[in-house]
Structures are given as C-alpha cells and as structure tokens.
Design a protein. Structure first.
Lengths: 486, 486
C-alpha cells in the first residue's frame, strides 16, 4: 500500500470488519430457518461468502498499518459504511428467486438498513421466510448501527446540535476508549434485551414465533417492515397495537439513558426533558385524533384510541407500521400525519426525523426572543437538561434544519419533474428524509407502496433515506470542495 | 382621561391621525370618478364621515397629553393600527350595493390592506368602478404603510433579524427625528414616483386610464388586486407582462436604497447583497420554468419566458397576479409555485413572505458550519452587506422562522378541521401568511378564488394575513402574559 494511501488504511480496516459482521448476519436466515423456508438459500450463502471474502481481503491489506483515524476520514467512514451496507445488503434480494430489478433490491435494502421501512415488495404474506427475515435483520442491524453512530461519531462531528449530547465517552482519546467500550456493551445489551422482550410479548399476544421475531426486530429498530401487506393491521388486535406502541416508543428514546438507568442512575430517563416532551406529544396527538374521530360520529373509543396511538406513535417514532388507512379518517388526519412525518423521536435512539430536541431548542430560542422584545437589556441564559446551550449549538441546529428543508425542496422538485403529483412528491421526499416509511396519498400512503414509482424516483428516495439517516450534513460536507483540499 | 389611561394617549393620538388619513382616502373614489362610476357614493361618503368623526374625537380626547410612546405601546400601536384599518376599510364594501356579508367585506379589506390580494369577489370586469378603485387604494395604502413600518418600527422592535437593517434614523430620539422625517419624505416621493411611472407605462401599452391607475396601485404595492377576473391575463400582452414584472420587482426591493440612490449614493442598490440575490433568483427560476415547458413540447420561447417571468415574479414578490393558470404547466410547476410562495421579496419593500435575506443568513450559517466541521478551531465571522451579523440576529431569525412554520401548521390544521382538502389548506395558509394571494389547487389557485370557502376559513386566513404582514412576532408578543405584567 502506497504511503499516500496510508491515511485510508483505518477506513478500509473498519469497513472490512463491518463486512465480516454483515456476512455473519447474511448467514442467519439460512442457519435459523428450516429447509422449506429458505428457497433462496443459494442467494444468502453466496452473498455471505462474497462479503466475507471482501472483508478478509480488506483486513489483510491493512494488516500492520496504523489505526489512527484523522477526523476528516471519520466522515468518509461514516458515509461509506452506510452506502456499502445498503448496496451489499441488496445482494440476497437481487440473487433470490424474486426476480426483481437491481433498483428494487437496492431500494429495499437502503430502506431496511436506514430503518425507513418504505417497501417495493408486495405479496408479503406469501413471501419466502428467508427474504422476510432478511428485511427484518437489515432493520435491526441498522437500528443498532445508528445508536452506535450517535454515541461514537455524531457528537464528535458536531452536526446539527448533536454536540449537546457529548458525554465523557464522546472523546476519541485513549483515556475515553474503555468508557466507550463499556457504554457500547451496555447499549447492545439493552437493544437485545428490548428485542427479546418485544418478541416475547408479541408471541404471547397471538403472533406466531416467526411473526413475533420479525416484528420485534422492526419495532425496536423503529424500522417498520412487516410480514404482511396489511402491516400490523393483519393481527386485528388492539392489545398488539398498544404493545407495539410501547416498544416503538422505547426504540425512539435515548438508549444511553437506559444504560444509565441500568447502572443505577434511577430516574434519569423520566427526568430527561426530551423524553417527557416526546411522551406528552404522543399522548396529546393521539387524544386529539381520537376526539376528531368521535366528533365525526365514529364509535368505540377504546378501539379509536388504540388505533390513533399506534399510528401516531408509528409515524412520530419513524417506524412506519400502519394498522389501517389513517388517511381516510378525514382531511384533518391527513394534514396531521403529514406534519407528524417531520417530528421524529428522541436523539440517541433508532428514530429518524428532525427529532424532538430540535423543536425544544427552537421553542427555547423563541421564548428568549419574547423576553428580549420586552426587556431589551435582560441577560438571558439557555439550558437543556441542565446543560448550557451555546450559540454554536443553536447555529448548528439551524444549519441542520435549513439543509433538511433544502433537501426536501430539491427532492420534491426532482420527483415532480418525473411527473409525480405534488402530494406524493412532497410526502415521499419527506418520509424518506425522516426515515418514516409511508407517505401521503393513494400511491405511497399506508395502503399503497413504492413499487410503481419510476426507477429514478426510487434512487432519489434511496439517497434521501441515506441523507436523513446520516443527519444530512455528514454527507454534504463530503461534497464541499474544502473537504478535499486538505 | 384618567391618569392610568395616560400611557395610552399617544397610541390613541396616532391612531386618530391614521383615521383622518383613511377618511381622506375613502373620499377619493367619489372625488375622482364620474357620477356614473360611483353607484356606491353613499357608502364611501358615510364611511369617510364616520371615520373622520372618530378620528377627530380621538384627537380632541388626547389634546394636551404627552406624546412620548413607551416601547411596549409601540407593539399595541402597530398591531392596533393594522387591525383598525382592516375593519374600517371594509365599511365601503359592506355598505355598498354589492350585498356581501360582513365576513366577505372584512376579508377583502384585510387582503387589501395587507397587500395579499386574495379575493372573494367575482365578476370584477362588470363591477362598479368605485369599488374596484377602493380595492386598489387599500393595497396602495397598505404598501406605503409597510414601508413606513419597516423604517420606523420594525428594526426598533428587533423582530426576526430586522435589527440587521437598523440605520441612524432607526432610533426614536429627538436627534434622529429630523433624519427620519427626511427619509420618510424620500420614501413617499419614490413610492408615488414609481406608481406614476407604472401607471403611465401601462397606459401607453394599451390599458385604459382606469385600468392603468388601478394596476399601478396594486403593482407597486405588490398587492395583486386586478380589475378583471382574469387578472393580468385579461390584456393578452407579453409587453405588459414584462413591464409588470419590472415594476413588481421594484416594489419588492428595499425602498430606502432607492432614496439613497436619489441622494447621490449611486450603486448602493446594485451592490446590495439582498437585491442581487433576489434578481438572480427571479431570472434563474423563470428560465427553469421556461425550459421545463419547452421540454414539454410547448413552443414560442418568448411568450413562455414572458409568462414564466411574470408569474414567478408575481408570486416571489408576493403580488399575486396571474396571466394564466400556471398550475396546469405540470407537476413540477405546481411544486415550484408552492415553494415560491415561501420566498418573499426583499426586506424594506412592500413584499411579504420569509424574505430573501433570511435565506441568505441561513446559507451563511450553513457555510460556517461546514467550515467548523472541517476546522473545529477556526475563528469565523459573519457579515451581510458589510455589516457584522451577531448571534442575536441569527437567534431572532430562527425565532421568526419557527413561528412562521408553527403558524403554518396551526392554520393548516384549522382549515383542514373545516373539511378543506390538504393542498388547499396548506397552500391557503401559506399564501395568507406570505401575503401572496393565490394558493394551489382548483379552488384557491390562480384560476379560482376564495369566495366559496366557509366563513370560519375566511377569518382564519384573514388573521393569517395580518400575522404575516406584522412579521408574526409583533402580534404574538401581545399574547404573552409577560407583556401585560409590567
């Protein structure tokens, strides 16, 4: 390896390790499912072997190189790893008996690994179990991936107000490394624990084991892939809807707080401003939609509330399940669900979207403005969860929001250039950027899917999902000339 | 007058002067139009006399009181004067032979005085001239009103990043008063001069004198009321469309820069960052839409460009004329016009909307973020038009943008609660907040109007127009408990 390439060595090394992990996950459907359930075994085995080989070669090539990672290579690693996983995750779909195009395979894989949950597949109820399980595994892997990225990478990069969540373990120093390893183990434990608990709950409530495991994978990761075209509506059970709401909400809360709770810091979760606002918001919105439907002369308040809470939680946590076509509840519900697609869960969770804390910070700035308008000379301080909020954090939040809206604009215009109607274009762009799943309208709404969109639209949306998952700026910084200058 | 009321005296005094001015404007249709053209003379004369009487009483009541205005009463004065003008401006409509409801009369008046230009009237081509002229006068008055408010009130209140535009004359001190009077005279001169020039141009290009005057009033004020249901499309002239684009653009540029040019500071207009971005944006967008239509196999590039430039300028300057139903150009045009409704003109003009400089500041913050991501320790400074941009200005801009989006959210949800479809709700809310005029969709789009909306919707939109015109925060601060506490 030439000396100019040396700086890339740690990037290649870490990507290679990720490839080996991916190949292990690719083998899981074949390992765990019966022979009957794996008609695509050939696709999984060859994909896994190929990826494993690539990973091993990468490790061999970078053997003995220094493993110090320059900050700017961190951006390349972050963006590169998600793109690589997306493309390679598509291999089993592409090589399977489904006979789908490369575009569709990659779309489904990106939508999986970014935990978006938009799908181009139909006939899920009759689909081979190995394919279904692979979709769920992609989301589960993507979920833990984003939690890890939040703890290890994002605060360090200082993107979109994320510096607010730096901890002692957010420094990449030798001293911080053991702390970060402990935190990582804790996060993995919580993630696996929640998944197990969720699967068990679903199973005890009437799902079969396969359904329970798949939905647990896609619930905790706030992914939203299902084993049925009717999504969670398939089970016709209010109890399952409420359980699912609970676990989606867990998946959309800051995981490092769960770890702290486990480590004896009782009450940190409940005292967290973001968590409280998030839960309050879910309840108030679900109640409002329940009341709206009651006023529209619908009956059975408990069913209405279960459905409202479930579908609201599904969109706000960016999971993207549906229990019914909520767009038919009326114009108010349609407008509400459009705006809910912006919200997102808490930072440090598996959820995407703008995220609750950014709205809280905006509100904080607004309150401050009111005070300043009335008392121009007042000295004001901001804090969030007991932490000072610097002007720099506010500025990085605006940069994030601005880029989010510009991406929304560009994607909407690009989709409409393909002849797609306005509501489908704007809600499709939004649902991709927020990693939610369904959009608004008959085509890509909760009762439709993304299959019939033009191929170009699928690529635009796929790029949008990756942008959203990577908080936009980490991708865009790679496109700036300054990045490559030195 | 009791001593506790004394603080209000200057508020009442200034409002009374405004009433007397309003009564003079109310008399104009009767003074200038022939007997045949004023079937509603009774309505105008009684409205003018009533308003005059109220103004005189107000002045008598506050005679001899101190005229010092406490800062917080400035908010009350600002908001109060716009509400008062809106309601009283509706009197001639309400008392006329049109037989319209109070709601419709107030809607038309608010839409006029805020220079929005959404209308509930149809059959304009056959309507009495006195009514048509009154609609145009309302917009012309509203236009100079907002320019005056920008110079005298807004920077002082420090709302939405407007502090960026404080000048020596923005201080309310005895020393600054003569300078402010000179500036005021200059602004009025420019405003009247442009109106005259515009009327003359229209007249020479084929409009009759009445049409030319009315359209000049509503062009320079970026209002958008027309004397024909077909708006500017009535004249079927590319030349008029281009002239109108030019004068709308003038109306949407910072008027204080015109005054400086007149005072010998040549080139200030062209060197202004906001003006350059504004003009470039208009041209690029118009070209893009022209190309889009050419690719869609439409012909006659000059006609296509004239129409694109005219309709884009109309929406971006928040005028709201239309020359044809641009929503039929295709999905891309529809999406584009939706987003154009956000943009707005330059600050210090008659235009509404978010305004160009806020996008420029956001972009500046974004660039800064990129630099910071790559060089965490770099020392960065921001400036706009050679002026330092403080963190406080950035914070007040976020507060503005956040409130804008929250108002958009609340209004959209409220409209959709009335059963109005999503696209009409969101674009109606947006067009009101931005003071543009037409929305998106068949009902309130460029080929429709606001007549058939429910009364409640008209009130919601009317409030939205006032909120937009007053940069939102100046209204909302009145609703905060802190304002009334002390």
């Amino acid at each position: 390896m030439s000396s100019g390439m040396k700086d890339f060595a740690p990037v290649v090394y870490i990507l290679s390790i990720l490839l080996i992990l991916l190949s292990i996950f690719m083998a899981l459907p074949v390992v765990f499912l019966s022979f009957d359930a794996t008609p695509n075994a050939h696709a999984f085995i060859s994909s896994a072997l190929g990826v494993l080989l690539a990973g091993l070669i990468g490790i061999l090539l970078t053997r003995g190189e220094q493993h110090y990672l320059k900050p700017r290579y961190m951006f390349m690693l972050t963006v590169g790893s998600w793109i690589l996983m997306s493309v390679l995750g598509a291999l089993p779909f592409y090589l399977s008996n489904l006979g789908i195009s490369f575009t569709d395979a990659v779309f489904e894989s990106i939508s999986g690994i970014t935990t978006t949950g938009s799908t181009v597949f139909t006939g899920l109820d009759a689909m081979a179990e190995d394919i279904l399980l692979w979709r769920s595994i992609l989301q589960w892997v993507g979920g833990i991936g984003i939690i890890g990225m939040f703890v290890a990478v994002l605060p360090f990069l200082g993107i979109g107000g994320m510096r607010l969540f730096t901890t002692e373990s957010s420094e990449w120093t030798d001293k911080a490394l053991p702390r970060m390893k402990t935190l990582g183990r804790g996060l993995l434990l919580v993630y696996c624990g929640f998944t197990l608990l969720c699967a068990l709950t679903y199973w005890l409530s009437g799902m079969d084991l396969f359904e329970a495991v798949n939905h647990a994978f896609t619930t905790i990761s706030t992914g939203g892939y299902s084993t049925s075209d009717q999504s969670m509506g398939h089970f016709k059970s209010n109890v399952i809807l409420l359980e699912s709401s609970f676990f989606m909400a867990l998946g959309a809360m800051p995981f490092f707080l769960f770890v702290r709770e486990l480590n004896g810091q009782h009450g940190v979760l409940w005292r967290d401003q973001q968590v409280r606002a998030f839960l309050a918001f879910l309840l108030v919105t679900a109640l409002a939609l329940t009341l709206y439907r009651l006023f529209n002369h619908e009956t059975e308040p408990f069913t209405l509330f279960s459905s409202a809470l479930f579908n609201v939680t599904s969109i706000v946590t960016t999971t993207g399940y549906a229990s019914e076509d909520y767009l038919r509840w009326g114009p108010f519900a349609l407008a509400a669900f459009f705006f809910l697609t912006f919200v997102g869960g808490c930072s440090g969770s598996t959820a995407g979207g703008m995220k609750i804390f950014r709205f809280q910070l905006s509100l904080m700035v607004l309150r401050e403005q009111f005070k300043r308008l009335l008392h121009p000379r007042a000295v004001l301080t901001r804090n969030f969860n007991g932490r000072a909020v610097s002007d720099e954090i506010i500025a990085s939040m605006i940069a994030y929001a601005f880029v989010f809206l510009v991406c929304l604009l560009i994607m909407t215009l690009s989709l409409s250039l393909l002849g797609i109607d306005f509501v489908t274009s704007i809600s499709g762009a939004l649902t991709a950027l927020s990693n939610v799943g369904p959009g608004i309208g008959d085509q890509i709404g909760p009762s439709g899917n993304f299959q019939n969109l033009p191929d170009t639209a699928k690529w635009i949306l796929g790029i949008g999902m990756l942008l959203g998952r990577l908080e936009m700026l980490s991708v865009i910084v790679l496109l700036s000339p300054g990045f490559w200058r030195g």
